[in-house]
Structures are given as structure tokens and as C-alpha cells.
Design a protein around this ligand. Structure first.
Ligand code: JFZ
Length: 431
């Protein structure tokens, strides 16, 4: 006979409070988790990680959202396309790009302090500029800028030192710098493009450099596929996996050949999704640095987003956009550190969890681990009685995760009412 006992935790910081129910897993549930863990052993770390840091950094960070006195909004990394900047003019930006304040150890330490488990950074975005030492194209940070160094080398080392999985974003199809690359139609005529030549001459050799020269990569994050058949994509995937068999490829490699699924930008599925997947969000409203975009998400918003994504079974990869000098925006530093502080007390309710079996409620969301259900309380019910419906297991204990204090509850059949301490965790800004 299976013992079905449950304990509830209660997690808190700011207004995000969580409670956990501890219970024992049934045999059926155990078989389920055993089979899914066998799927692809390379995904194990990714599924447990839950929190990644995305970094968009390139020549566009130097432009910072303003071109010829006009301010652009939205995606700073798209400014070459938005302002239809000719290749020859865009190339000149490299002469001013000197990120002297870049400090790989500081960046990696911030990620560590924020509770981040993996980092993915733009090695080459759609503008075609390589942020690493590439022998394939001179349009790169070592050859074309006064900085002359390879920041990716330093970052690969700094993340490895801290046990953070490291990965590259690489725009495999769009390359606005190359006549044969995808999507630059303001300099180059679409009908004359030879995508295969571009893949052969630039994208594939550069990807091989990235998969050879930077140690083991956790992820290669492809983006916006195009110009290849399914068979050609399969060949690309195979030839790259041969270099790093353990590295995960994002779903945007195309043709359904990725190792895990990425949702559209800033998208969380409404109900739990099985399998390995990731939601991507950016900290303000742009992926690449825009100096006039200060619409940063507070740590409270980040924490709730992280919990919400985890409650549907996925990972959150949150993006930041360092500036042209190599500084991470101060709000990103502050809010990431605050998020890390919350995770240091409440990480058990996020890392290594999967979705909770109690669906989203007016008060918040749930995550779970074998024998435990975590109640993430975003909004306390006014009467202090948290309603948890449809709960069949026996409850061993209900307690606050942050301070381990036991919490009183009552149950009526399958309905649980948890007495949330109203006085605790009150926030002066509670609206
Ligand atoms: C792409 C890029 O174009 C963008 O600059 C940024 O790097 C972002 C992370 O990825 O934009 C996309 C790609 C796919 C979708 C939306 C935006 N999508 O599938 O919804």
C-alpha cells in the first residue's frame, strides 16, 4: 500500500509567498517520472535548471536605439534593419565599439548570485557581427574593433568556474552583413541570394568554430531558421552534434529537429506542458540595449514569472542587454540580485521541480517534487484562507518554506484551506 502523506510549505518574499504540501508519491507517479527521465539524458540538467540568463550583446548595443538622432523602440538588435542602415555604414560602428568595462567574472558572478543555472549569449546576431575571435569573417570583435579581445573566451571560462552551463546564440539564417545571408533586402537583391553558399562559407564554419574553441557548451541557441530543407537541417545538426554530442540545440534550429521546445517570445503556456521547454522574456522591452528603455521588470515580477513558468513545467530564460561599454544596466543588476536572494531561501520550490497538480488559482500557482507541493502565493486571499481544491493525498504537514514555521490548515474532503498568516510578509506597496 502506498502511503499518501503531504506537507505544505509556504514560501515568501515581497508579496510572493509560497506554501508547500509534502506528500508521498504513488507508484504510478514514480513510474511516470522514471520513464520520462530516460528520454534524453542530455536534457536532465536542463530540466532541473529552471532559470537561465539570456544576453543580447553586439554592435547594436553601441548604437543603443538611436540612429541619426532618431530614437527607435522595440528590439535594439534590429536597428540595422529598422533604420535600413547600409552594410558599409553599419560596419563603421565597430570602430567605436570598445567595451572596456566588460568583466567576464563580474557577469558570471551576477548570474551566480541571481541563482541562474545557464547562460546563453549572442555569438552572432542577425547583423552578422561575430562577438568572438572568428577566422571565418573579419567582421568580428577582435579584428574590427579597438577592443581587440575575445569576450566569449573569458565568459566561457568564468561560467565554467562557477558551474554555470554556457551556450551561444547564433543566427544561422539571417545575416544582414552578407550578400547571400537571409533578409538584408536593402543592400542586396533577394533574387540573387544563394543561401547554400552563405551556409557553406559562413554559418557552418562559424558554428564549427564556436563548438570547437570554447569548451563544452550546454546549449546552441539557433534562431529564425530558413533556407534549408529538412534533410539539410538534419545534416547540419548531425555535423554539429558530432563536435559536441551533449550540447542541446534549441527548437529554432528548425524542421522540428531541436532538443527542446522554445515558446514564442514572452509566452507562457496556460496549462502544464510535458517535455523540456523554455519561455524567453527580456528584462525591459528590448533584447539588445536601448538607452531610452527603462521599463524593467521588478524582482517581484521576475520571481512570479519564474514561478509561473515552473508551474507549467518549463524553464525561464530571462534576457539582459549590456551596453556598448560592457556595463549591465543597473536595474538588471539590482533586480537579478534580489531574485537570487529570494531563490536562496525558496529555491527548493523552483529548481528540480515540475508543474504542480493543482492548477493556477486566483492566489497563485503550484510546483511540485515527489512528496511535496509548493504553493506560490502571489496574492493573499483577503480572509487569509487559501483555498486549495482537488487535493486527494493525505497531508503530513503545511509550512512556510522560508522560515519553516508550521501553518494551520483545515480540510473538507478534497478541499484544503490553508491559514495564511496575514501579518507576515506584508509589503508596504501592496495595492
Ligand atoms: C528573434 C530575434 O529576431 C530577436 O532579435 C531576438 O533575438 C529574439 C530572442 O529572437 O525573434 C523572434 C523569433 C521567434 C519568435 C519571435 C521573435 N517567435 O517564434 O514568436
Amino acid at each position: 500500500m502506498t502511503l499518501k502523506r503531504i506537507a505544505i510549505f509556504f514560501i515568501s518574499l515581497l508579496m510572493l509567498t509560497s506554501t508547500s504540501l509534502v506528500y508521498c508519491q504513488t507508484m504510478d507517479e514514480m513510474w511516470d517520472s522514471a520513464t520520462s527521465a530516460k528520454e534524453n539524458p542530455n536534457l536532465k540538467w536542463f530540466r532541473e535548471a529552471k532559470f537561465g540568463l539570456f544576453i543580447h550583446w553586439g554592435l547594436y548595443s553601441q548604437i543603443a536605439g538611436t540612429w541619426k538622432d532618431k530614437n527607435y523602440y522595440g528590439s535594439g538588435e534590429w536597428i540595422m534593419n529598422q533604420a535600413k542602415i547600409p552594410v558599409k555604414e553599419y560596419e563603421k560602428v565597430a570602430a567605436d565599439f570598445n567595451p572596456v568595462n566588460f568583466n567576464a567574472n563580474e557577469w558570471a558572478q551576477l548570474a551566480k548570485d541571481a541563482g541562474i543555472k545557464y547562460m546563453v549569449i549572442t555569438a552572432k546576431h542577425h547583423d552578422g557581427f561575430a562577438m568572438y575571435d572568428s577566422k571565418v569573417s573579419d567582421f568580428n570583435i577582435v579584428k574590427a574593433t579597438p577592443f581587440k579581445k575575445d569576450p566569449m573566451k573569458a565568459l566561457a571560462a568564468a561560467t565554467a568556474k562557477r558551474g554555470i552551463y554556457f551556450g551561444f546564440y547564433y543566427s544561422q539564417f539571417q545575416d544582414w552583413h552578407e550578400p547571400n545571408g537571409g533578409r538584408n533586402t536593402w543592400d542586396f537583391e533577394e533574387s540573387k541570394k544563394n543561401y547554400k553558399a552563405y551556409y557553406r562559407q559562413k554559418a557552418i564554419p562559424q558554428l564549427k568554430e564556436l563548438l570547437t574553441n570554447y569548451g563544452p557548451l550546454g546549449i546552441v541557441w539557433f534562431d529564425t531558421p530558413g533556407g534549408l530543407t529538412k534533410e539539410e537541417t538534419q545534416n547540419l545538426v548531425d555535423s554539429l552534434h558530432a563536435l559536441q554530442p551533449k550540447s542541446l540545440f534549441s527548437s529554432r534550429v528548425g524542421q522540428g529537429l531541436g532538443d527542446y521546445k522554445d515558446f514564442g517570445d514572452s509566452e507562457v503556456p496556460p496549462i502544464p506542458i510535458e517535455g523540456a521547454w523554455e519561455s524567453i522574456y527580456t528584462h525591459n522591452d528590448s533584447w539588445g540595449y536601448i538607452k531610452h528603455d527603462l521599463n524593467f521588470k521588478s524582482s517581484r515580477e521576475i520571481i512570479q514569472l519564474l514561478a509561473n513558468v515552473a508551474s507549467k513545467g518549463g524553464n525561464l530564460m530571462l534576457n539582459i542587454g549590456p551596453d556598448g561599454k560592457g556595463n549591465i544596466p543597473p536595474y538588471s543588476v539590482q533586480f537579478l540580485k534580489e531574485t537570487g536572494k529570494w531563490l536562496s531561501k525558496n529555491g527548493e520550490s523552483i529548481y528540480g521541480t515540475t508543474y504542480g497538480f493543482v492548477p493556477e488559482q486566483p492566489w497563485g500557482v503550484t510546483t511540485s517534487k515527489p512528496g511535496k507541493l509548493f504553493l506560490h502565493v502571489f496574492k493573499k486571499p483577503p480572509d487569509g484562507k487559501l483555498f486549495v481544491p482537488g487535493f486527494t493525498n493525505e497531508i503530513a504537514k503545511v509550512y512556510s518554506l522560508a522560515n519553516k514555521k508550521t501553518i494551520v490548515f483545515t480540510r473538507k474532503g478534497k478541499d484544503i484551506y490553508v491559514n495564511i498568516p496575514l501579518d507576515e510578509d506584508a509589503h508596504p506597496d501592496e495595492v
